[in-house]
Write a protein that binds this ligand. Structure first.
Ligand SMILES: NC(=O)c1ccc[n+]([C@@H]2O[C@H](COP(=O)([O-])OP(=O)(O)OC[C@H]3O[C@@H](n4cnc5c(N)ncnc54)[C@H](OP(=O)(O)O)[C@@H]3O)[C@@H](O)[C@H]2O)c1
Length: 262
């Protein structure tokens, strides 16, 4: 599922004067979002740790006539996020500005408070909460000054309905949903839209990174029918961004139709 699908949905170039910063763009939801927004005409600044993946994505977007800049870094490190934003502001092809931030980089972790691997807790909060909050703060300051902009943060259904099977991870998504709504209330009067998109189960590299396997995930997921593909999340983000500027859909939850829990 890649560029062809993105092309079908976004040939109207509604984002042609926009520049979007997208974290976690080397895989899954972030990659699909970068392709979709680029096809809709946006210049995209893509961020992740895996340089080879980002370089490949820049090539794919450029091959189709789009504009992309890769910035390698860790989304849990403030200095790397500052570098990402500085590079975006210095990028001439992107107009030396950014209009959209998709705060997407994150990782999962199997297990609850007792059952998850505590040695991963700090890393998880560093990227899912503290790094994401720093990025939202920086782009929020910039967009409030410019009196326009869009911040789309990726939460999770387990950031609204906690599950004991991914309880510690879910807590990080509760935190980021709170931060997103707090930010919205703080800066919406300056013309900045803040949205949180909360996916259910999306098939990506997420499951492997989180430590899911047949036993702790596969059997349950098999009951949910066809799972969501990253492109569906990308299209919901595209929809949010192309609404009239005075309409802000604050929250979206997207599950596979058969996902009865959580
Ligand atoms: N898949 C699901 O079922 C699901 C459900 C609800 C919410 N979500 C959320 O959706 C977002 C995207 O997940 P996905 O499903 O697309 O997973 P994915 O395929 O594993 O992609 C995760 C992305 O985040 C990046 N990333 C992770 N840690 C990073 C770090 N420390 N620094 C920089 N980049 C980092 C990865 O890039 P590098 O490894 O190259 O750095 C990758 O590009 C996450 O916030 C996740 O919590 C996913």
């Amino acid at each position: 599922m890649g560029y062809e699908r993105a092309i079908e949905r976004t040939t109207n170039h509604l984002l042609s004067d926009k520049t979007a910063v997208i974290t976690g763009a080397s895989s899954g939801i972030g990659r699909a979002t970068a392709l979709t927004l680029a096809q809709a005409g946006a210049a995209v600044v893509i961020h992740a740790r895996r340089k080879d993946r980002l370089d490949e994505l820049v090539s794919e977007i450029s091959r189709h006539g789009g504009k992309a800049l890769a910035v390698v870094g860790d989304a849990g490190i403030q200095a790397d996020i500052d570098l990402l934003l500085n590079r975006a502001l210095a990028w001439k092809e992107g107009g030396c500005k950014y209009d959209i931030a998709v705060v997407n980089a994150g990782r999962g972790l199997v297990g609850g408070i007792v059952g998850s691997d505590e040695s991963r807790w700090q890393e998880l909060y560093q990227v899912n909460v503290l790094g994401a909050a720093h990025l939202m703060r920086r782009v929020g300051q910039y967009m409030a000054q410019r009196k326009s902009g869009d911040i789309v943060t990726i939460g999770s259904v387990v950031g609204r309905n906690i599950s004991p099977f991914s309880g510690f991870y879910g807590s990080s998504k509760f935190a980021i949903a709170g931060i997103a709504e707090a930010l919205r209330r703080e800066i919406c009067m300056h013309g900045v839209r803040v949205s949180i998109v909360m996916p259910g189960i999306v098939l990506s590299e997420f499951q492997e990174v989180a430590g899911y396997n047949e036993e702790n995930f596969g059997k349950a997921a098999a009951q949910f029918g066809t799972l969501v593909e990253p492109q569906a999340i990308a299209e919901s983000i595209y929809w949010l961004l192309t609404l009239p500027p005075h309409i802000n859909i604050n929250e979206i939850m997207i599950r596979p139709t058969g996902q009865f829990y959580p």
